[in-house]
Design a protein around this ligand. Structure first.
Ligand code: PMP
Length: 435
């Protein structure tokens, strides 16, 4: 039952009407709103199964939003659901250490060489917020360098020149950030070493940390230029600043472990989230022992949380990481990702629509522009209006994307070649409908 142009969305519309009266903007996360793609009711989803989502009106979609990247095995993977079922009856929360968290600690520390010790939080937002505090505690310095259009959650300092839902809605700096916080944040273009060099030369003595997504996943998907991350790490260290890699999207995405190891780099602090929770809420930060020894109760830097290391998140995360060890899984994601990316390029080409398609593993970004995209400004120059129309056309043809030109498409282990081919047929029509 694929939705057609005339298919009813009455149930979603009715839910949205109710939601608008009681939830700000009718949503609980602005990135879920259709504000940037022509407005109206977002699809209210009631069920997920493998690569598919089903909405309140009974339509099935091939899903590429994939829980904003958290759902790498697809929806409701049996092994993860089973793990949650096994743990839940024994109690949802104890507020004490549990055996499961030790297992996940061990797994992460074993797989990511730069991480000797880890701490769980309930979200990536909290983990980044704490990683910044930790870098400040370790260096005794205050300034933070980050990159335009990156998204690191919604704590105050990282909402200066942020990306994702933020850029989707055209907000430059969030309201409500104290000037004192803004003064301590320096936001620079990603993929250019000179601006960083200059800032570190002039203000390096005050810079506590350089915070970066090693492969950007929040203005589409932008890999680092060759040598860029190496130079970033070297210069930050020369200035006595720590390097924080935000691997909330990248870890366990392109291979089993953090992407830093693919580049042969060792950040001082690593932030994790999404995939490591198997679809349950999670965040984590980790570093070498010398840095993590500053965290309370060992040291003076404070972080805790009622939900930190939640038993269901631990169980789901462990089950997910176990499933990701399957032989050939990442190769399959890469193969499907390549096919989808090439198919999108071809279909756009045939329709005479200039696009750039970036792909790494199962992660894909489609930009409506003829110019290469290396940074946030490049993504900004892509055509929002075309994206909005493409998004609508895909939705009508049973393909669910994130409602923003800044978001990545995530192929999961549950997607099949047939799903990809069906997506490409929809895309061919969607591209043709743009003119
Ligand atoms: N860092 C990055 C790179 C992210 O993409 C996100 C979420 N999209 C976050 C941090 C924040 O994570 P959370 O939504 O779990 O707070």
């Amino acid at each position: 039952s694929h939705p057609t142009r005339s298919a009813s969305t009455a149930a979603s519309e009715d839910l949205f009407r109710r939601a608008l009266a009681v939830a700000s903007g009718g949503v609980h996360s602005p990135s879920r709103s259709y504000a940037a793609v022509g407005g109206g009711a977002p699809r209210f989803m009631v069920r997920g199964e493998g690569a598919y989502l089903f909405d309140a009106d009974g339509h099935r979609y091939i899903d590429y939003l994939s829980g904003y990247g958290a759902i790498i095995l697809g929806h409701a993977p049996e092994r993860v659901v089973e793990a949650v079922r096994r743990v839940a009856p024994d109690g949802l929360l104890f507020g004490t250490p549990t055996p499961l968290e030790v297992e996940l600690d061990e797994r992460l520390c074993q797989v990511i060489p730069s991480v000797d010790r880890v701490r769980f939080t309930a979200s990536g937002t909290e983990a980044v917020m704490t990683a910044i505090r930790l870098a400040r505690a370790f260096t005794g310095k205050t300034k933070l360098v980050k990159f335009d259009g990156s998204y690191h959650g919604h704590s105050d300092p990282v909402l200066v020149s942020a990306g994702s839902g933020f850029s989707t809605l055209g907000i430059a700096d969030s309201a409500g950030i104290p000037p004192g916080v803004m003064e301590d944040v320096i936001s620079l273009p990603y993929n250019q070493i000179e601006p960083l060099e200059e800032v570190l030369f002039r203000q390096g003595a005050q810079v506590a940390a350089v915070l970066v997504e090693p492969v950007v996943g929040n203005f589409g998907l932008v890999p680092p230029k060759p040598g860029y991350l190496e130079a970033l790490v070297e210069q930050a260290h020369a200035a006595g600043a720590l390097v924080i890699f935000d691997e909330v999207i990248t870890a366990f995405r392109f291979g089993y472990g953090a992407v830093q190891d693919r580049f042969g780099l060792r950040p001082d602090i690593t932030v994790l989230g999404k995939i490591i929770g198997g679809g349950m809420p999670i965040g984590a930060y980790g570093a070498r022992a010398e840095i993590m020894d500053l965290v309370a109760p060992l040291g003076p830097m404070y972080q805790d949380g009622t939900w930190a290391g939640h038993p269901l998140s631990m169980a789901a995360g462990l089950a997910c990481l176990e499933a990701l060890r399957e032989e050939g899984l990442y190769a399959r994601l890469e193969r499907l990702g390549r096919r989808l990316a090439q198919g999108l390029r071809d279909a756009a080409g045939r329709a005479g629509v200039p696009v750039q398609v970036h792909q790494m593993g199962g992660a894909i970004a489609l930009y409506f522009t003829g110019e290469p995209v290396d940074d946030f400004a490049g993504c900004e120059r892509s055509d929002s209006e075309r994206f909005a129309r493409f998004f609508r056309a895909m939705l009508q043809r049973g393909v669910h994307l994130a409602p923003s030109k800044y978001e990545v498409w995530f192929v999961t282990a549950a997607h099949t070649e047939a799903d990809v081919e069906q997506t490409l047929e929809a895309a061919a029509e969607a591209f043709r409908s743009l003119d």
